[in-house]
Design a protein around this ligand. Structure first.
Ligand code: ATP
Length: 310
């Protein structure tokens, strides 16, 4: 084998996600909630460049609050690299350069995308060449959203959100994302949901520990019709995110007034995802929201999962 078989650095790109549907059931004994969700990977990407190194180091750039992202073992990408090394017996290290575009703590799975990208990049850099199923297992141990960032596309997640099955989605969906300067903590939003449900008695005494995605959501994705999808989008965490950040409600109204078909809190928020009928209407909604002083991005989905950039 020639030396060129092992590159000095490997660049991998992985997408952020929107939860087109997110149903939250009861809490399992381990603290995780039962979920039924539909992920869609969108064209807002994390770039991870893995470079040969004796130690494990990490740097972060690309977002205004890059300083808020940990560069030690709390970073999911760092944990991914170390987990791969431990699983394969690789002796050595890596420098991971994270170039982020997905907002930090934005409910779009940016950290999970970094972890998925780091797994793929280190696997190539170190020549460990794990079979896809093993990479998937490591991803699932890192976090419920990490396997999806590996695979991309559109997928149904059940169990704790980590049991993935591809969903058929026709065509392309145009989204406008409104991001916020300050993130929301996912565990806090789940805690608020539990409190809210206890206060309002809005969940049965015996909440379901196994959930399904409603059929109309899957039919809408298969049809490729944004109007049908807009009518069936839903997020159980939205009420809790709005309690934590009431100003999000105004953003949703502004997007709908500008012509979006539907607006939804993405995951645990605070990013708001607006579904638009066409690329042109998404451009229009984006411009209207920007004119009103919002940070708005036009993206589309579904896109591929973590992949090597030549
Ligand atoms: P979730 O996957 O729970 O929806 P999110 O998309 O809302 O998460 P992330 O940006 O993935 O949020 O990160 C949430 C927190 O995790 C951050 O506030 C940060 O402290 C920590 N974190 C760990 N690794 C990373 C990473 N690679 N990028 C960003 N944050 C990270």
């Amino acid at each position: 084998m020639s030396l060129a078989a092992f590159p000095e650095s490997v660049h991998v790109r992985a997408p952020g996600k929107i939860n087109v549907y997110l149903g939250v059931g009861g809490r399992h004994d381990d603290g995780y909630h039962a979920l039924a969700t539909v992920f869609q990977a969108v064209s807002l990407y994390e770039d991870v460049i893995a470079t040969e190194s004796d130690d494990f180091t990490l740097s972060v750039s690309g977002v205004d609050d890059a300083d808020s992202v940990p560069v030690d073992d709390r970073n999911l990408a760092m944990r991914a690299a170390k987990m791969l090394a431990a699983a394969t017996g690789f002796v050595g290290g890596v420098h991971l350069e994270l170039r982020k575009s997905v907002p930090v703590a934005g409910g779009m799975g940016g950290g999970s995308a970094d972890a998925a990208a780091a797994l793929v990049a280190c696997d190539v850099l170190w020549g460990t060449a794990l079979p896809p199923q093993r990479l998937h297992e490591l991803a699932a141990r890192l976090g419920a959203d990490v396997p999806f960032a590996l695979h991309g596309g559109t997928a149904v997640g059940t169990g704790r959100g980590d049991q993935l099955n591809p969903a058929l989605a026709r065509g392309r969906f145009d989204w406008v994302l409104v991001t916020s300067d300050e993130g929301l903590s996912t565990p806090e939003i789940y805690a608020r949901l539990d409190e809210h449900r206890a206060e309002t008695g809005s969940l049965a005494d015996d909440p379901p520990l196994s959930l399904d995605v409603p059929i109309p959501v899957l039919q809408a994705l298969r049809s490729g019709d944004p109007r049908s999808l807009a009518a069936s989008m839903f997020n159980d965490l939205e009420a809790a995110a709005l309690l934590a950040r009431p100003a999000l409600d105004e953003i949703i109204k502004a997007g709908l007034d500008a012509g979006a078909l539907s607006g939804i809190v993405s995951g645990s928020g605070p990013t708001i995802a607006f579904l638009c009928e066409t690329p042109a209407s998404a451009e229009y909604v984006q411009a209207a929201l920007r004119d009103a002083g919002r940070q708005a991005l036009h993206v589309h989905g579904p896109v591929a999962g973590a992949r090597i950039i030549a």
